[in-house]
Design a protein around this ligand. Structure first.
Ligand SMILES: Cc1cc2nc3c(=O)[nH]c(=O)nc-3n(C[C@H](O)[C@H](O)[C@H](O)COP(=O)(O)OP(=O)(O)OC[C@H]3O[C@@H](n4cnc5c(N)ncnc54)[C@H](O)[C@@H]3O)c2cc1C
Length: 440
């Protein structure tokens, strides 16, 4: 997504005062985009920037709110990180598309031009029969020929049945892919939304399908460099300030009674709904449902030494295990991710869940000792359920001077960092365009 400087926008002669509510990735993207052109104030309820993708601290350790992975396709993330001076090369481990399950599919794509990298990766993959490889290549090839457009609005499961993908392919390739990309099981997930992610990753240049694993905590990745850059531009921050009212008035917006020329509400839908006047809350808020992500951290007295920095399990409690010792230098730390588990599928209680994840890890590294420290982080509303038929709200709320941003707003992507920053940039552009028109 292009920056404001690329647009034909004539800016007001006096810099307007703009409030951004929420310093998650969407709010910070909007703030970075706006900063050179406005007098900016950012309100954030928490003490740390980053929202759902941030660092959390407990008495002993600093961990992430949840393990994240990024894709080479996240163009807006990369542009904004460059803009605020965040060093991508040291902050992220860049791997060519690699899909390693300890008990299933093993695929490594070479660094060849697209689509040959994917074809070579699929043909040389282990854990799939030649028949399954053929069916998978045929299904992806047909989708690519259709320019990643899907007729109707099917679920992924419906589309897979029509594409004659058999049970092994579904279990070992599609289900983990859909859960990782959409955090929604294939039976509920929108094939259109998946196709948009596939188009921009598998369907683009090879580097777009690269996987990028954070080597730092999530707040250090983009949110903190963004805050530092914004502060240097004169941006004001109020951390620990939960805004309670946003009120459109004749010439702007009152945020907790303070007058601004405009405001961007960059909160999750359930928080935005509490802030906005009832008449302008987008109707979709009541229809959205949310799915959880569990991250189980296990710290061992010595490095866990997984064979890969990220390794999956076809039949495990955890979907993926991450070697955070090798990735981020967090001594002895391993993170296990469980995306959108079926209700009742997980063992009850933290102790049972930790034991199940430890058993998973021991299937990969047999001599792992008992962990010295454990922590279960549950984000019950990690993402909206990426189901068919969602009509997402636009960045304009239909009220002058008030705009919306967040991973659930506009756009084709599921709830992801890229979807969040794209919406922030779109809200900033809409705000500047509207202010320009008001000025004339
Ligand atoms: C466990 C987990 C794993 C994930 N894994 C991935 C992944 O691998 N890859 C990927 O791309 N995406 C992943 N995601 C999704 C990604 O984290 C989100 O899509 C993204 O962070 C959403 O950003 P946002 O700015 O839209 O919203 P949020 O992060 O929710 O930010 C909203 C901010 O607004 C603040 N706020 C709310 N109300 C108020 C108020 N009244 N006043 C002031 N501030 C307020 C909140 O404190 C918060 O900081 C994952 C999410 C989770 C939870």
């Amino acid at each position: 997504m292009a920056g404001l400087d690329d647009l034909d926008v004539r800016l007001p002669s006096v810099k307007p005062r703009v409030a951004v509510i929420g310093a998650g990735w969407a709010g910070l993207a909007a703030a970075v985009e706006l900063a050179p052109h406005v007098r900016l104030t950012v309100f954030e309820a928490g003490r740390t920037p980053g929202g759902r993708a941030r660092r959390v601290r407990d008495a002993e350790h600093t961990i992430d709110n949840g393990q994240h992975i990024l894709l080479g396709a996240y163009q807006t993330c990369w542009r904004l990180m460059r803009q605020v001076g965040a060093d991508q090369a040291s902050a992220l481990l860049r791997l060519p598309l690699t899909w390693v399950q300890a008990d299933g599919l093993r695929m490594r794509c070479p660094r060849w031009p697209a689509p040959w990298h994917l074809l070579a990766g699929l043909l040389s993959a282990r854990g799939l029969s030649w028949r399954d490889k053929g069916r998978l290549i045929f299904a992806l090839g047909r989708l690519s020929l259709a320019r990643w457009q899907v007729a109707g609005d099917p679920t992924v499961a419906e589309w897979l049945d029509a594409a004659r993908q058999d049970a092994v392919l579904k279990e070992t390739f599609w289900r983990p892919l859909v859960l990782a990309a959409l955090n929604t099981p294939p039976e509920q997930a929108s094939m259109r939304m998946l196709a948009a992610v596939l188009r921009d990753s598998l369907g683009a240049a090879r580097a777009a399908s690269d996987m990028l694993l954070p080597r730092r905590d999530l707040s250090a990745l983009f949110p903190e460099p963004a805050v530092a850059w914004l502060a240097a531009q004169g941006g004001m921050f109020h951390f620990g300030h939960r805004v309670t009212s946003v009120e459109p008035v004749a010439n702007g917006v009152l945020v907790d009674g303070e007058a601004f020329d405009a405001a961007i509400v960059a909160c999750a839908p359930y928080h935005a709904a509490r802030l906005l006047p009832a008449a302008i809350v987008p109707p979709i808020v009541k229809k959205l449902s949310f799915l959880p992500i569990y991250t189980v951290y296990l710290r061992f007295a010595r490095p866990p030494r997984l064979p890969e920095p990220m390794i999956g399990l076809r039949r495990g409690t955890a979907d993926w295990l991450f070697d955070r010792d090798a990735l981020c230098g967090e001594a002895g730390m391993l993170a296990a991710v469980i995306s959108a588990p079926q209700p009742g599928a997980l063992p009850e209680g933290d102790a049972a869940l930790i034991a199940a994840v430890l058993a998973d890890a021991r299937r990969i590294v047999a001599d792992l000792p008992e962990p010295a420290w454990t922590r279960v982080v549950v984000e019950r509303r990690a993402t909206f359920a990426a189901t068919p038929g969602l009509t997402r709200p636009g960045v304009r709320l239909g009220v002058q001077s008030l705009f919306l941003a967040g991973d659930w707003v506009e756009g084709e992507y599921p709830a992801t960092l890229e979807g969040a920053v794209q919406s922030g940039v779109a809200a900033a552009h809409a705000l500047m365009q509207d202010m320009t028109h008001t000025e004339r």
